[in-house]
Design a protein around this ligand. Structure first.
Ligand SMILES: Cc1cc2nc3c(=O)[nH]c(=O)nc-3n(C[C@H](O)[C@H](O)[C@H](O)COP(=O)(O)OP(=O)(O)OC[C@H]3O[C@@H](n4cnc5c(N)ncnc54)[C@H](O)[C@@H]3O)c2cc1C
Length: 420
């Protein structure tokens, strides 16, 4: 049976693509290899820039009600020299901050919205290969509930996440080792009362860790978002592969060292309990939009390494690309021009939309995350120059422009562009 569009992978990117395709009246099948709902290792942070997508999908109120962190407005930054400064995260227009929702729950809300919008969904559908006819992707093959299956499609949207074999099949291999991270997530209970509900603690590798001088880079090591339920929180750890190699420890060993031997580890994690195992993943980021198309196929989200390289937020870029993919395919079907050049327009549009964002995060990564002295100095700058609880983005912007003498777009302006 031939479908107009098949979307492979029902994470936020694929479900967004399926929703917007269905909204445009396209016949769309969304498939995922897992039985749903499924888990995904993530920091569970749904940025405010996702609001327009949730509104389009009719799930904004539902996502808001699932948010485990109401009024996330306090941000504690622990620098490599273990100085701790508390910032405000500011408000995002209507006062809603970032939602923290477990991916197992949030992703299913987004997927169900795609189905309500008109997409057909099949889980336990493992796509193992693309059907390619005369250089054009013309379908998929794989296993549906363990039975071999092959399906034709006018276009395939590849949204099957990080390290996509389907992307590699098309010769698309967007893996820059300098942007590769080891990453893990853990859910905690028994966090100290100091981590009040709504607080986000971001901590850098403490300078005292053995072999720190070899690792050289300070890259933010982790953050924990304290939930409304006192003592509970989501931990995300992210560390460059080259740093972990220099430290000669596993990510878990680094975290354990932090908890047991550093001042801030003792302060914020002493007595805390891991509610389930620490789940790890290799995470890839990017500094500009990479090749994301072939004749007959478009790639979105982690399948083409779209997470930005400073904080590794990837949901917004994936959902936005899903919306753009639907518009491009609609146009291809309307004009009947299904040449490679017609699919390449997707790359142009996504680049126009996202490259300035990526540039901002790349600057942030180089000037702040990867410069030990700068993180220490920024915290000192905040302590000296601001009374009360300063807003983080203002401090960062003023530090970069006034102290480092560099230019950078003001972060809220950059974030607004993404949601337009
Ligand atoms: C530790 C960590 C913390 C992070 N924190 C954040 C954060 O707080 N906020 C944020 O925005 N981003 C964060 N990210 C990045 C974010 O998780 C990803 O960018 C995001 O999940 C990308 O969504 P996606 O839909 O492209 O891929 P995914 O969410 O990975 O979905 C891909 C889907 O494809 C399916 N699939 C895979 N292979 C096949 C196949 N062969 N056939 C059929 N289906 C298949 C999978 O089952 C899955 O459901 C974090 C990542 C990590 C690792």
């Amino acid at each position: 049976m031939k479908r107009q569009v098949i979307v492979v992978g029902a994470g936020p990117s694929g479900s967004s693509a399926a929703f917007y395709c269905a909204k445009r009246g396209l016949d769309v099948l969304l498939v995922d290899k897992e039985p749903w709902p499924r888990d995904k290792v993530c920091g569970d942070g749904w940025l405010p820039s996702l609001k327009p997508f949730f509104q389009d999908m009719g799930i904004y109120e539902e996502m808001k009600s699932l948010n485990t962190v109401s009024g996330a407005n306090e941000f504690i930054l622990a620098s490599p020299n273990e100085q701790v400064v508390t910032f405000s995260l500011g408000s995002h227009g209507d006062g809603d901050g970032m939602f923290i929702i477990q991916r197992r729950i949030g992703d299913d809300v987004v997927r169900r919205a795609a189905v309500r919008g008109g997409a057909e969904f099949l889980d336990n559908f493992d796509v193992t290969d693309l059907v390619i006819h005369r250089g054009k992707v013309s379908g998929i093959r794989g296993y549906l509930r363990n039975q071999p299956i092959e399906m034709e499609a006018d276009a395939v949207i590849i949204a099957n996440g990080s390290h996509s074999m389907l992307a590699r099949r098309l010769g698309i291999f967007n893996e820059d080792p300098s942007l590769s991270m080891f990453a893990a997530r853990g859910y905690f209970t028994n966090l100290p009362p100091e981590l009040k509900p709504g607080t986000v603690l971001q901590f850098y590798l403490p300078e005292g860790i053995p072999n720190y001088h070899k690792a050289r880079k300070s890259m933010s090591f982790g953050w924990i978002s304290a939930h409304d339920k006192p003592g509970c929180g989501t931990l995300g750890l992210v560390i460059p592969i080259e740093t972990i190699e220099a430290l000669e420890m596993s990510l878990e060993e680094v975290f354990n060292w932090f908890v047991n031997h550093s001042k801030n580890g003792q302060r914020f994690f002493k007595g805390a309990k891991l509610a389930d195992e620490l789940k790890g993943w290799r995470l890839l980021g990017c500094t500009e939009v990479q090749k994301n198309y072939a004749q007959g196929a478009l790639l979105i989200g982690d399948a083409c390494s779209q997470a930005e390289c400073a904080h590794f937020y990837g949901i917004p870029a994936g959902m936005m690309s899903g919306k753009i993919a639907a518009a491009v395919l609609d146009d291809i079907f309307a004009t009947g021009d299904d040449s490679e050049a017609a699919f390449a327009r997707f790359h142009t549009i996504v680049s126009e939309k996202l490259n300035s964002q990526y540039k901002f995060y790349q600057q942030f990564r180089q000037m702040v995350h990867f410069d030990i002295e700068n993180v220490n100095k920024m915290n000192e700058f905040a302590v000296k120059n601001f009374k009360g609880v300063p807003e983080y983005s203002t401090v960062m912007y003023r530090f970069v422009t006034e102290v480092l003498g560099k230019t950078m777009p003001h972060p809220p302006a950059a974030a607004e562009r993404l949601s337009q």
